[in-house]
Design a protein around this ligand. Structure first.
Ligand SMILES: Nc1nc2c(ncn2[C@@H]2O[C@H](COP(=O)(O)OP(=O)(O)OP(=O)(O)O)[C@@H](O)[C@H]2O)c(=O)[nH]1
Length: 442
């Protein structure tokens, strides 16, 4: 995410590092680099121009010129201005006041509406709500089937009606939702390759009928400025409540996320970071500013861990480890939990200070898959007591998992090392409880 803008900006900052004191020229050069980085990231020209003016004005102020760590002071200014540009300290919020609440998704074809309708439904389901998905995309019939399939995969009903007339489908869906006591209704509407009058009229009609609590436009980050221009047109016609910016996991350059708020004056509420139904994040301007600047995003990582990782299982595993009873079954479960967080590259980029260069994420991913396959090919007893795995068992496991004897030896060796660590931890724990029993404590 944002690889190229991160690299360019870090070059701008590097030139200020170790300069002792800064001159006006240093700062002007750095500002120019920032400007080029933003333009190359496809940020709207006017947005860049205003942004750069504000950064220059602040950077030429006394604080930076006299600061002992001018590069950090400069980064702070860029970060603050970036946050401001993307919505300040605003928290992402959906304003649902009716019951059922209505969320209408609009956007161009292929932007990710259908996928994000399902992601939102799952998001609400996780909160204990009872969502209903409505397939009102009659322009591309396959979109209805796509939504039905996605709905099945997350256990959320999908209303399809007569599959012919979007306004009729929505009308019937409203009755249906009230009867079945759904508390949130998500409408997937039709998109076109380009904005056209027929599509807009249909959307306006649905809007009038439903009076949605939220009209969110789904915008594809990969198409850059075109996306921002169409966002402006949609907003002019429909008075949007906000945006879901999708496909930020790809090599999106960042332009959309940085400019859309400024151009439309409407907030980004969610971002899509992958094709799976869990790949949805709330949009916090400060956290995204940190990511754009390559400073990681620990808060989002913690939230991800809290929602994806089973706390009870994690505690159970930790206890087993402390008791020295952590076996390969537990090891497998831990790997599966970690994989629920998504690809390693995505996890690591949220942690500040981890350089991306030189890390082969695919190799790490492959290694995890290999370990999973090896443990899956073991019997229950072998997983519980890996020491019984002799040569012939190793041969069988290697065959079953499509790996080599070397791979198996490597895993068993890591497990032995882990066991040693468990023993040490257990010893320390016992010592601690002994000290706890001494008369004066320790
Ligand atoms: N990498 C990535 N792909 C995404 C994301 N969101 C959607 N996609 C993919 O983008 C493609 C289009 O998504 P759809 O949900 O079908 O788009 P749509 O806007 O409903 O398209 P129409 O129904 O034709 O208007 C699909 O292949 C999705 O898997 C995302 O956040 N990241």
């Amino acid at each position: 995410m944002f690889d190229s803008i991160q690299k360019k900006l870090s070059k701008a900052f590097k030139n200020l590092k170790g300069q002792g004191k800064l001159s006006e020229k240093n700062i002007k050069d750095a500002v120019r680099e920032v400007k080029m980085s933003l333009l190359e990231a496809d940020v709207n020209y006017k947005v860049v121009k205003d942004f750069v003016e504000r950064v220059k004005e602040k950077a030429l102020g006394k604080e930076v010129l006299e600061s002992l760590t001018p590069d950090q002071e400069f980064i702070r200014i860029v970060r603050d201005e970036l946050i401001e540009l993307m919505g300040g300290n605003e928290k992402p919020k959906l304003n649902i006041s009716k019951r059922p609440g209505y969320i209408m998704l609009v956007g161009l074809q292929g932007s990710g509406k259908t996928t994000h309708a399902a992601k939102l439904a799952k998001y609400f389901k996780k909160q204990g709500k009872s969502p209903l998905l409505v397939a009102a995309d009659t322009y591309r019939p396959a979109a209805i089937d796509q939504l039905v399939q996605l709905g099945e995969s997350i256990g959320v009903p999908v209303f399809t009606g007569d599959r012919k007339n979007a306004v009729n489908i929505v009308k019937e869906a409203m009755d249906y939702a009230e009867k079945l006591l759904h508390d949130i209704v998500i409408l997937d509407t039709a998109g076109r390759l380009h904005i056209d009058e027929e599509m807009m009229n249909e959307l306006v009609e649905i809007k009038k009928l439903v009076e949605p609590d939220e009209i969110l436009m789904v915008v594809d980050a990969m198409i850059g400025q075109d996306a921002v221009n169409s966002a402006k047109e949609f907003n002019d016609r429909l008075e949007l409540d906000g945006f879901i910016v999708t496909k930020l996991d790809g090599d999106a350059r960042g332009g959309v996320i940085i400019s859309i708020r400024q151009i439309t004056n409407k907030p980004i509420k969610f971002v899509g970071v992958g094709e799976k139904v869990d790949d949805l994040e709330l949009f916090y301007p400060d956290r995204y500013a940190s990511r754009i600047l390559g400073m990681g995003d620990v808060l989002s990582l913690i939230e991800k861990v809290e929602t994806e990782i089973d706390k009870e299982k994690a505690e159970e595993a930790a206890n087993k480890f402390l008791e020295g009873k952590f076996d390969l079954n537990d090891f497998l479960e831990q790997i599966q939990q970690i994989r629920k967080l998504g690809p390693l590259s995505k996890i690591l980029e949220m942690i500040p200070g981890i350089p991306k260069e030189g890390i082969d994420f695919n190799k790490g991913e492959e290694e995890l898959k290999k370990i999973e396959a090896i443990i899956n090919s073991m019997t229950k007893e072998e997983r519980r007591k890996p020491r019984i795995i002799n040569y012939s068992r190793k041969q069988r496991i290697a065959k079953g998992s499509g790996t080599t004897l070397q791979d198996i030896n490597k895993l068993l060796k890591s497990y032995e090392q882990m066991k040693k660590m468990m023993k040490q931890v257990k010893k320390m724990k016992n010592k601690k409880s002994l000290f706890g029993k001494m008369p004066f404590g320790f």
